[in-house]
Ligand binder design. Structure first.
Ligand code: KIV
Length: 276
């Protein structure tokens, strides 16, 4: 599947059908202008709960609310016309039981226009994934490092090492068999990501996983150099926009203090210029 060759937004089933083909391209987005920039290039755009850390300065994703997701989801939807939109279910909005998950997933889709939701968890979320898909909610699963569980995972460390590979394989099989249309694999050994990709029927979307995954995702502010609080090994910086923005702000401040801005070009005369 290639976003540039496509005329209309893919559906979750199109993403599922892209398994083993041209790698699926995705990025996170939280605002309309950024969504507009990536619309022609991505197969799907994720309104990630990373928005809490990236745009709101929170220390983790745990403080993200339904209202924050809806606000950013609606903004992203206004910037997309070709790429499919997936939205994260925030911490505490789905874990209690399938009924709670359905009510909140339906609200996210209804109020933002997202085509699908993403939730974190493997075997223990399989029942909920089946419940949602049977009721019209396409689900993207997320296993490996699941940031909403950092307090039980012991931080942001690589998952699936030291005899834990089988646990993750089990998780991947469970979400695939439960009806998820794709699964994000975050921060796991490349060889394990390749094994999972070969074994399960649905596309794997890697972040800190392997180039052998069926697709890749990055947090857009990480790859553009806009989020610089820390940098994971799995992030490739494609630009240093943070540095460029700071240099521009510094130049503006210096112009204002030196009365070089505004210049004649930026101010208005008493009379409107006469038309020729
Ligand atoms: O919230 C997010 O940005 C994510 C991606 C890292 C997959 O879940």
């Amino acid at each position: 599947m290639s976003a540039t060759a496509r005329k209309s937004a893919p559906m979750p089933d199109d993403i599922r059908a892209a398994k083993g083909g041209t790698p699926i391209v995705s990025l996170t987005a939280y605002t309309t202008p950024m969504a507009q920039l990536m619309d022609a290039h991505c197969d799907f755009v994720l309104v990630g709960d990373s928005v809490g850390m990236v745009l709101h300065g929170l220390p983790s994703t745990l403080g993200v609310s339904m209202e924050m997701m809806i606000l950013h989801g609606a903004a992203v939807a206004r910037g997309l016309s070709r790429a499919m939109m997936v939205i994260d279910m925030p911490f505490g909005s789905y874990e209690e039981n399938p009924g709670q998950a359905f009510a909140n997933a339906a609200r996210l889709m209804r109020e933002t226009g997202a085509a699908a939701v993403k939730l974190e968890g493997g075997v223990h979320m399989a029942e909920t994934i089946g419940f949602l898909t049977a009721r019209g909610v396409p689900v993207m699963a997320h296993i490996g490092l699941t940031p909403q569980s950092i307090n039980t995972l012991g931080g942001y460390k690589v998952q699936g090492r030291e005899g834990q590979a089988e646990v993750l394989l089990h998780d991947a099989r469970a979400v695939s068999e439960a009806g998820a249309f794709a699964v994000v694999l975050e921060k796991i050994p490349a060889s394990l990501a390749d094994r999972i990709t070969a074994e399960i029927a649905i596309p794997t979307i890697g972040i800190g996983a392997s180039k052998g995954c069926d697709g890749q995702i990055l947090v857009v502010d990480d790859m553009l150099g806009l989020f610089t609080a820390f940098k994971s090994k799995f992030v490739k910086r494609y630009a240093e926009l943070g540095e460029a923005a700071e240099a521009a702000i510094e130049a503006y401040a210096s112009d204002v203090r030196a009365r070089k801005f505004p210049a004649a070009d930026h101010v208005f005369a008493d009379q409107a210029p006469k038309k020729a």
